[in-house]
Design a protein around this ligand. Structure first.
Ligand code: HAM
Length: 424
């Protein structure tokens, strides 16, 4: 398309979040922040891009997220940078760089960029709220992190959900398990799907996650990791499962749950919504990454966290008719028929006292201002006519009920706002 015919639009796989829908995003973030802070997490912001090696080393060269989906670019100084495809690697990079005291608990809300095939629930820029906790491998922390995610869904009203949990083992037991799985797949490679027939050997664990009927069938008889865990991993997993049960959180053990990022070790988990379509039904996931800080050049430091896709979880809410948020409405709409200066001063004075008020601009007719007042949803109109302006008063008219209007002094109105935080 020539530049002349180009009509600017948001890039494919991205979207604008505008009012009134944005009111839900705002409410979601407040709920998440409150909950995360109650669990001892504090807000962190890290740059939206990093040296590409942070993600290569952190998430793993062989993962799809890094190998196929990362937005990489060279800046004007010749540096190889990448937009963050997820939150964990950056937060752990910040931990390694600043070495805060442990346990260190960070929460975040961040856009994430992945060059995926755009479809409902799968975007090139999506947004996550998440937490990361570094400095202890106590299984109680796994329970806390999973409980926090679970209470967040509760708070939004997402009830049709399932939590699956697994252990990915550790460097002591995983290599032998992966070898055994690879040997099993080698013996059945001709029966695997087209992609995995060729690629199973590179990352055999991914075959367990393949949704194609052929792979599902073959792997039914494959060795599973739960039977191959070393004593340390088995005990850790037992404690997590027990802790979740004690917290009243249903978790389904799923030895096929292998997540797409290579840093995971021991506990992994995923929440899915049964109200959403199969391949886009993951509404959040996470796990332990006890080797990640070391991989990024820091001291060996265990860690665990999760990321929840904001768009996905809102889709799950839609599917359940949950988390319906009304955008905030002004308490009052100022109608000024004297030219607008009185409205200018009154809205400023009220807003200064914490009141949400609206007004019209451009010296509209009284009729048009009352129409706008109606549309705004405000229960009150504060009318400023010549008499009011001359006497320093304001007439209050209730817009949603039949009642007489009253005229009070401006001083009284402002004092009321100041004292009570409302003029209703
Ligand atoms: P993830 O499973 O790759 O994990 O992503 C977390 C969540 O982000 C997914 O469950 C899904 O809700 C959402 N999501 C992922 N990709 C997309 C997409 N293309 N479009 C829309 N939503 C998407 C992580 O990113 C890890 N950092 C989670 C974690 C934190 N593990 C430990 N700490």
């Amino acid at each position: 398309m020539t530049d002349e015919h180009y009509l600017p639009q948001a890039p494919s796989g991205t979207h604008d979040v505008l009012p009134p829908a944005s009111a839900r995003w705002e409410a979601l973030l407040v709920i998440f922040a409150d909950l995360a802070e109650r669990y001892g997490f504090a807000l962190v912001h890290t740059p939206m891009f990093e040296d590409a090696r942070v993600f290569r080393r952190g998430i793993g060269e062989a993962s799809e997220v890094v190998g196929k989906e990362m937005y990489e670019f060279t800046d004007r100084g010749g540096r190889s940078l990448a937009l963050r495809p997820e939150g964990t690697a950056s937060v752990v990079r910040a931990f390694v760089q600043h070495r805060p005291a442990t346990p260190w608990r960070a929460w975040y809300a961040t856009p994430s960029f992945r060059y995926e095939r755009p479809q409902a629930g799968r975007y090139r820029q999506h947004h996550q709220v998440g937490v990361e906790a570094l400095g202890t491998d106590d299984p109680d922390l796994d329970v806390e992190v999973i409980a926090l995610a679970s209470h967040f869904y509760d708070a939004l009203g997402v009830t049709q959900r399932q939590l699956r949990i697994n252990s990915m083992g550790d460097p002591e037991c995983r290599p032998a398990y992966v070898d055994a799985l690879r040997a099993f797949l080698a013996a059945h490679s001709a029966e695997l799907c087209e992609e995995h027939e060729e690629r199973y050997s590179l990352n055999p664990l991914r075959v367990l996650d393949c949704k194609k009927a052929s792979c599902v069938l073959v792997t039914q008889a494959a060795p599973m990791i739960d039977a191959a865990l070393c004593d340390g991993c088995a005990e850790h997993h037992r404690r997590v499962v027990e802790g979740l049960a004690a917290a009243g959180i249903d978790a389904v053990p799923d030895p096929r749950l292998v997540r797409g990022l290579d840093y995971y070790m021991r506990t992994t988990f995923e929440f899915s919504s049964s109200a959403l379509e199969g391949s886009q039904n993951a509404i959040g996931g996470g796990g332990r990454y006890d080797g990640l800080a070391e991989a990024l050049g820091g001291p060996a430091t265990p860690g665990i966290g999760f990321g929840i896709g904001i768009e996905r979880v809102l889709l799950a809410c839609d599917a359940e008719d949950a988390f319906v948020i009304e955008p905030p409405r002004p308490e009052a709409f100022v109608v000024d028929v004297t030219g607008g200066e009185a409205a200018r001063d009154l809205v400023e004075a009220l807003r200064n006292r914490g009141i949400f008020v609206e007004r019209s601009y451009d010296d509209r007719s009284m009729k048009s201002q009352f129409k706008a007042a109606d549309r705004s949803g405000a229960p009150l109109a504060l009318v400023l006519g010549r008499d009011e302006v001359e006497s320093g008063s304001v007439t209050i008219r209730r817009l949603r009920e039949q009642s007489d209007q009253v005229t009070i002094s401006m001083t009284e109105l402002l004092a009321r706002a100041e004292e009570t935080g409302t003029i209703l």
